[in-house]
Every structure is written in C-alpha cells, then in structure tokens.
Write a protein that binds this ligand. Sequence first.
Ligand code: MN
Length: 503
Amino acid sequence: MPEDEKKLKPYKIPAPEEIFSLMSHKPSADDKKLIIQAFEFAKKAHEGQLRKSGEPYFIHAYEAGKNLAKLGMDAKTISAGFLHDVLEDTEISRAILEKEFGKEIVLLVEGVTKLGTVKYKGKERHVESLRKFFMAVSYDIRVLIIKLADRLHNIQTLEYVREDKRKRIALETIEIHAPLANRLGMGKLKGELEDFAFPYAYPNEYKQIEELLRHKTGISQNYLDTIHKKLKKELSIQGIKIITTDYRIKHKYSLWKKLQYYKMDIDKIYDIVALRVIVPTVEDCYRALGIIHTLWKPLPNRIKDYIALPKPNGYKSIHTTVFTANNKDSIVEIQIRTEEMHMEAEYGVASHFLYKEKHEIGKKKLNEKFIWIDDLKEYKNTPGQPIKFIDDLKMDFFQYRIFIFTPGGDVVDLPEDSTPVDFAYAIHSDVGDHASGAKINGKFSSLDTKLSNGDIVEVIIKKESHPTSKWMDFTKTTLAKKHIKQYLQEHSLVSRFFGRSKF
Ligand code: MN
C-alpha cells in the first residue's frame, strides 16, 4: 500500500439525527426540518469532492455544524455551519441558497465565505489580520462562531494538509482564532484550538511539554478517584447537592504558557489536574469551600475568589489548592462554581444561546460579562431613539461597536463615535488621566477625533496633562466619563477652596 494511502481515515456518512441529541435544548419540529434540509443540501452540493484525507468533503461541513451544536448554537447557525463552504466551493449560487434557506442563513454563509480570505502573514501583519476579522464579522457574531467551528475541524485534521502549510495554519490558529474565542469567553473552544495547533506551531516546545509530563509523577488516577469520592461523600453529608464533579486536565498549550513564568519548573504548577465541583448556588460554593478546608489543609495564598472578584474576561469560580495528605505530591487544585458559571466559562457568548430558552438569565449574564453592552444601552437609549435592547439587537452584538487596536495588536471594543480619550481610559485610568494627544494610524490627531472601526491608536502621554471639563462633551463611554468626573471633582474641591477665599 502506498505511504499516503495508509494515512487515509475511515469514514461513514453520518445521519443528521445525531445532531439533535447534541443540541443544548430540544429542537422543535421546524428546527429538525431545517437541519435535515441543510444537511441534505450540503451533502448533494459537495458530492464527488474529496478532502486531502480522502474523506468526502461533506464530512468537513458536517463536522463544522456538529461543533456548533456542541457549542450550544441554534438550528439556524448549525444549518449555516453545514452550508458554510457551499458558496465558495460548489456551483451553488447565492440566489439559489437564498431561495432555499432565506436571507438570514445566506448572510451567515456569505460572512464566513468573506472571512476565508483572512490569513496570518507573520507577526507584523497580525494586527492587519485581526482588523479584517473584526470588521468582517461586525454585523453578526454568529459568523465568527461558525468560522471558529470550521477552524476547529480544520485544525483537527491538519495532519492531512501539505507539510509546508501546516505551520502557517497552526500559527494562524494560535495567533488569531484562539484569541478571538477567548475574547468571546469561549474557554473550551480556545483550549481545543490551541492544543490541536500546538504540535504543529511549536514542535520542539510541544515535545518538551510531553517529556515533562511523562516524568511528572504527581497524583495517580487511583488516588484522584479516592479523594474525589471522599469529597463527594463529605459534601453530601453536609447537605450540599452536587450537580457534577469531574477533573479537568490542563490544556498543554496553556501549561506551556504558564511554565514560561516558572522557568519551566513543572513542580511549581499545581493545577495540571484540577478537581471541579459544580453546586447549585453561590452560597453553596462558599459552604463547599469551608467543608473542603475542614477536610484538607489549604496552601497559603492559593485561595482565589473569582466570584467576588471575577477575572477581566468575566470568569467566575473559587479556586483553592489543598494538601490531601502529608506530602507534596498530594497537592490538588479544586475549583468550585455554579452551573451557570461553568457554562459561561466553557461556552462564553455561546452560553447565551444555551440559556436563552431555559431561563431569562441569559440576558443578565451577558450584560455582566460584556459590560460594553451596558455602555451600548446607555448610548442608544436617548429620547426619540428608543431601543428594546437585546430584542432589537438580536444577535448583532457588534452592530454599534467599533474595534480599535493598540500598536501591539490588542483589541479594544468601544461604542461608535468614541474618541482617543475613551480608548485611553479603556487601556488604563492613568493613560486616560495623562493623555495629551494621539496618533491615529500614524497621524497626529486631537483628542476629540471620532475613531473609526479598525483604527490603530497610540495615545501620547504627558505627565502634566490632565482631564478638562470639555472632555465630558466628546467622550462616549461611561468608564471615561466616570474617571473624568472623578478627576474634576477632586480638582474642584481645590478651586472651590480658593474661590471662597476670595470673599
Ligand atoms: Mn470550511
């Protein structure tokens, strides 16, 4: 058998019904009809096409849709996932697709098709690629989620791609797609994208991690089972209802990132394996923490309350690290959270779709996580311009947002008509408080210049510069206004004092 035929993957054409059981909420009869219709349509459209792996091309389209179902997306997005390559790679025209599936699905497929042209061209073009990405998806966040589901399958099947192309695709995934998933709070997806890309992007470092893990004795599976059982038993004796407990093994790429801070000393990493406890309420989280600390002695300074103080991306949980016996190898990290926190941490913006139909909680959670949606509400809620918030927005989360870049490629999302002052405060209050000017796309500009989507902005700081009341007139974000007000108030105390002394 020739060498490359040996590598061919066995395949069978799946059945659309498999998707139904993966969906987070029970699909309606209409949902099922749509999914089956898209499935059959894509299968026919891609008929005769083969992937590098030897599989029918349709398998890729199907897997992308399946990833979307696992991410908790709705029937329309899953269907658009099946159809995502139809416009680009088959004879099917936009008109036919629209006649068959309607405008909404066509717009999604078209959005994904346009994104296909964004390529990673090395660090220096990185900002450019990200810019294109954000601008292309700015009308519907689902386009981006479909693209990420598509990328996940591509990266899972990277071994079949020509060798000289693998590294570029892998780097692109780590530098562009994973950060986007992270930006959307989709932690699970981010971890998967990075881990599949890791061995191709950084083969030597990957081998090094594998080697380190091989020699790390740490906790055995048996021992982990024992303490897991003990924990479950104790919690239930104390009357805490446990929704689930499981382990999570740290993603290899994120382990490598973390190890760089610790000079590659793997013994300093305590969360390679973590026990995860999911309980019904926030109160239960704190009670569980108390019970755990009664059972096992915690390591000092390792208790992290991300419920009271969430991470900047909205992550909530309580982490603690405990000695489960009297030796160093018995150290285990335990993460405690509610089911909603768990969903939010794993699925991010997509968990909104998970919760939407279950509870009304989706809206509230989304507000908490993406504070800028609140900003948006205030911004558009002017008299004569009423907005029924999420209802009107539907899924167009980015509709009234612009994305501004630091020269280093970090993205800040701001409301439309924001200025360099809004941008400066979004970076850091000190940057805002001392902003004296800005370079927009390399050109000197005044602080009240309205920014446009995709601008690269560098804030010029001077120690003697400070906010003035005029800034209140042209800033758009509540964050900037809050800081300016604060500065002015502190200052007016002084001027009032001098004012009075004139009498
Ligand atoms: Mn594709």
